[in-house]
Design a protein around this ligand. Structure first.
Ligand code: GLC
Ligand code: CA
Length: 566
């Protein structure tokens, strides 16, 4: 397998709005990120994924871009950006930009023009259709609720938006649109950025036909996904971007691709494909969906979680590259979802990190995970800021489909705002995030859960992450070794091995609040071993190991005959 820097890197995701406010307006900003670069250097990460910082009216916190060449006023100026990039590079940290080119804001000049008239030069930059009997062209529902079509009075026609009505989809069939995208990508690469995270990139090609989508029982709108995901020309478009842009620079690319199978992943990110370096798959994020949509409050079964993650580990080995993540700005906090964020707060944060960071792929740390941040408990919809949460509440509670208490429980478990509360820097007011009024409430647990306390403690979650990152840098087996799941039927333990030549890693993670016994596989029992990392202060040395609640241990075995006996 070819060795590349992006296979060997650890990425840290920053949601700038919630990271650090430098000018007291309650909103995180670029200078705030620059201020914290030394903290990130201390953690040991290689790459920052910066969520969108372009000019935007903020209907979806920057995922609705109105100017690709300007910085959002809330976040600062282009000079601030240039300084951030320079300061990051001087510390050996790369920056990849989150870029949204499936859609723009409805306030982008292209759309402002496009909606004016049928013969406007920008008309075909977006996807327009005539209404049917005075109604929407078809029954497609937007992923953020309501119809996926919005009427525009100027031309008495409808435009498509997979997301909010303020996020019209670009028409990639139009060559001019593709040229614009190439141009703006090159503009950023010429600035010296190190790559892109490509928002919902699997949706840029749509089918020509637009029939009604399937309507689930009790739902109002039809499912548009068969017509907008992995569309007929998506790979052609990506190869074009690769040819024109990605291959011309030393950049990494990661595509957000909801709904992919391993087969799709090979197409998007196969080593020989010349499309993307890697993708995000979401199968493990979708395991705790409710019957009809994502809203639910029950954690997934461990056996399912293991089956999915293992399938990806094995399926992409030597073919394509995995991204490893437990959460991001669209998901609740991993610790609250897969761990025990109370009694075993520290153990389970470390255990989850171990389980992920010992797998094959590029690990992504979402801001705050390295200090054990947890979900927030809001008690009313007014405390939420997220458009998806608000629209879902309105549709489900307003429409009488889910009662209010139930919906709040769903939101507490699943809302994207769980990950968007301000980064907890210290125990001063507003967690040291701002001296102003924070745009979203700070989690009340900041007095005990904060970066200052973590950095000062050598047994902290932060220190544990530092060690995991260091191990990856020291040992190729973590990056390049093959993967095998043990005990697939266990609802308690997640155990797997990694193998490279005659070396083996045994990764043992207890996902429960109980002690669970484990026996080291026979072929390893008499091998030389070393404990690489453990989340309790002492770990068992023998072949019969009692894994304590949320315990994680990584054992390294040398000189193993991988075909069988030691
Ligand atoms: C992606 C982003 C999400 C955003 C959506 C629409 O899924 O991660 O935050 O709302 O795309 O751009
Ligand atoms: Ca600010």
């Amino acid at each position: 397998m070819e060795k590349t820097w992006w296979k060997e890197s650890v990425v840290y995701q920053i949601y700038p709005r919630s990271f650090k406010d430098s000018n007291h307006d309650g909103i995180g900003d670029l200078n705030g990120v620059t201020e914290k670069l030394d903290y990130l250097k201390l953690l040991g990460i290689d790459v920052i994924w910066l969520c969108p910082v372009y000019q935007s009216p903020n209907c979806d916190n920057g995922y609705d871009i109105s100017d690709y060449h300007e910085i959002m006023h809330d976040f600062g100026t282009m000079e601030d950006f240039d300084r951030l990039l320079e300061e990051a590079h001087s510390r050996g940290i790369k920056i990849i930009m989150d870029l949204v080119v499936n859609h723009t804001s409805d306030e982008h000049p292209w759309f402002v023009e496009s909606k004016k008239s049928l013969d406007n030069p920008y008309r075909d930059y977006y996807i327009w259709q005539e209404g049917k009997d005075g109604k929407e062209p078809n029954n497609w529902g937007s992923w953020f609720g309501g119809s996926a079509w919005t009427h525009s009075a100027e031309t008495d026609s409808y435009y498509l938006h997979i997301f909010a009505d303020k996020q019209p989809d670009l028409n990639w069939e139009n060559e001019k649109v593709r040229k614009e995208v190439v141009k703006l990508m090159k503009w950023w690469c010429d600035k010296g950025i190190d790559g892109f995270r490509l928002d919902v990139i699997s949706m840029i090609s749509k089918t020509k036909e637009t029939p009604d989508g399937h309507v689930m029982e009790g739902m109002k709108y039809g499912d548009l996904s068969p017509y907008v995901i992995h569309g007929p020309r998506v790979h052609e478009y990506l190869r074009e971007l690769n040819r024109e842009v990605f291959s011309q620079y030393d950049v990494m690319t990661v595509g957000e691709t909801a709904g992919v199978t391993e087969k799709h992943a090979e197409e998007y990110a196969g080593f020989e494909r010349n499309e993307l370096n890697m993708i995000f798959q979401f199968e493990h994020m979708d395991l705790d969906f409710g019957e009809k949509n994502k809203w639910n409050d029950q954690p997934p079964k461990l056996t399912n979680l293991k089956a999915v993650l293992s399938k990806w580990q094995v399926g992409l080995h030597n073919k394509a590259w995995n991204s490893l993540f437990w959460d991001n700005h669209d998901q609740p906090r991993a610790l609250s979802r897969f761990g025990n964020d109370k009694q075993y707060w520290s153990e389970s944060a470390k255990m989850l990190a171990t389980c992920l960071h010992m797998m094959q792929g590029t690990p992504y740390i979402y801001q705050g995970d390295e200090i054990g941040m947890t979900n927030i408990k809001f008690t009313s919809i007014e405390q939420y800021r997220d458009i998806e949460s608000h629209n879902a509440y309105e549709e489900l509670v307003g429409g009488g489909l889910v009662d209010k208490e139930q919906m709040l429980s769903y939101l507490n478990y699943k809302s994207r705002d769980n990950a968007r509360t301000p980064m907890q820097w210290d125990d001063s007011e507003n967690a040291g995030f701002t001296n102003g009024e924070p745009w979203i409430e700070v989690n009340a647990n900041y007095q005990s859960i904060n970066a200052a306390a973590q950095v000062a403690n050598e047994n902290s979650i932060f220190a544990y992450y530092q060690k995991l990152i260091r191990l990856r840098k020291q040992h190729e087996i973590i990056v390049y070794g093959s993967y095998e799941l043990l005990l697939p039927e266990s609802e308690e333990l997640f155990v797997y091995t990694r193998t490279l030549n005659d070396q083996k890693l045994l990764v043992m993670c207890n996902f429960t609040d109980e002690t669970v016994d484990f026996v080291v596989p026979e072929e390893l029992q008499s091998c030389q071993r070393a404990i690489w990392i453990q989340n309790y202060s002492d770990a068992a040395a023998g072949n019969h190991i009692s894994l304590r609640p949320h315990e994680a241990i990584v054992l390294f075995f040398d000189d193993v005959n991988v075909n069988g006996r030691a």
